[in-house]
Write a new protein. Structure first.
Length: 340
């Protein structure tokens, strides 16, 4: 039985991944400081699976905490989700992002090296491509310059991990570049639970649907896309979670440094998402056209071929399912997880 340390395992993508790891009978250790999540997510994962992860409240920046974990448990691999992810906040508080995301990741790698655990799957982002020079985005393209400290922090960790591998090629490092996660577990028990006003499109729409927010602002309708609104590659969180299990299989083949997109290859505009959501939920989403949001680009979507070839992974769930599952989660939990 594999023992997997999952940092940030109580968060949106982490909790869906922990669920699948438990279903595959892995021994799962979660390290989370709960700065952006609730332990209730993991309690619900235990209800759904009938199995529990070991949960440690702690911080990836805390070397003593990491030392204890690597001493107490025989960790095979680390899936590293822990980090801050709000683009706007990162522009206001860049140092907080570099400390949490870059220093935190460095500290984690140092602990791993010290304890001779050299297998890691890292949550990177399509943001590392910067302004798309061609579409679809494939892994052979050079990385660009992300327009915000959050994106820079992801690129910096990618570069750091590449140097770690260069210095010691006994590491196995999978850099997963996620496109836009959406959806929730079909039980409606776990899902995305942002603090305050959602930055991302899908949780904003679901909160308009419950009446918590009045109107969706569509950021620009004068882009060069089929309906003028910006286009992204939305991927169901369950597919995304499954990509991590496939990444662990890749590590079993001693893959070295491997970088891979996790996307569907299909782009949808903001208005496509609104109408798909209305169809699945039966609710009307009030929206108004607003100014473009600084830093947004017209369109990007993944080339998912490498993931199919090398990870034997492809997204199985489409937009209708993402909308239906996001809606089930939000309507069952209009205020998100209960506060404990
Ligand atoms: P999330 O905020 O729901 O989960 C992150 C988790 O990490 C939270 O539970 C939080 O409490 C924890 N955490 C944060 N800092 C920590 C620290 N210093 N020590 C321990 N725990 C800490 O976010 P998510 O959407 O599940 O994203 C997971 C990862 O994927 C993040 O690294 C994020 O940057 C990356 N990512 C997310 C998206 C997205 O749109 N959701 C896209 C690309 C990449
Ligand atoms: C999607 C589309 C908006 C909200 C961000 C990060 C990226 C990655 C995923 C972590 C865009 C439009 C949004 C709203 C809108 N995260 N929109 N009204 O910007 O593609 O990517 O999350 O790594 O790094 O930048 O996602 O969900 O914010 O926006 O019109 O209220 O919806 O303009 O076109 P984005 P998003």
């Amino acid at each position: 039985m594999k023992t997997i340390l999952v940092t940030g395992g109580s968060g949106y993508i982490g909790s869906h991944t922990v669920l699948q790891l438990l279903e595959q009978n892995c021994n799962v250790i979660v390290l989370d400081n709960f700065s952006n999540s609730s332990i209730v997510s993991l309690e619900r994962v235990a209800q759904i699976t009938g199995k529990s992860a070991t949960v440690i409240k702690g911080d990836i920046r805390d070397s003593a905490c990491l030392d204890n974990i690597f001493t107490d448990y025989n960790i095979d691999s680390v899936i590293h989700f822990a980090g801050l992810k709000a683009v706007g906040e990162s522009l206001e508080k860049p140092m907080m992002y570099y400390e949490n995301n870059v220093y935190g990741s460095l500290n984690l790698c140092q602990a791993m090296a010290k304890h001779n655990v050299k297998n890691i799957v890292f949550s990177s982002s399509a943001t590392v491509y910067g302004d798309p020079v061609e579409l679809p985005l494939h892994e052979g393209l050079p990385t660009g310059t992300p327009t915000n400290p959050y994106g820079m922090s992801k690129l910096m960790v990618e570069l750091m991990l590449a140097d770690v591998f260069k210095s010691d090629n006994s590491w196995n490092i999978v850099l997963l570049r996620y496109f836009n996660p959406a959806g929730a577990h079909p039980s409606g028990k776990i899902g995305e639970d942002p603090n305050g006003i959602p930055n991302n499109l899908m949780p904003f729409i679901t909160q308009v649907a419950t009446g918590k927010r009045k109107v969706l602002k569509v950021f620009g309708n004068d882009y060069d896309t089929h309906d003028g609104t910006s286009v992204r590659d939305y991927i169901h969180v369950e597919d995304l979670a499954n990509g991590h299990l496939k990444a662990l299989d890749k590590i079993d083949t001693a893959c070295g440094l491997f970088t891979c997109n996790l996307g569907t290859g299909q782009g949808y505009s903001v208005l496509d998402i609104v109408s798909a959501f209305e169809k699945e939920s039966g609710r009307t989403i009030s929206y108004e056209i607003a100014q473009r949001r600084g830093g947004d680009v017209a369109a990007y979507y993944a080339d998912p071929k490498l993931a199919a070839q090398e990870l034997n992974w492809k997204a199985e769930k489409g937009l209708a399912q993402m909308c239906a599952d996001s809606w089930r989660w939000q309507s069952n939990n209009p205020e998100g997880y209960p506060t404990t």
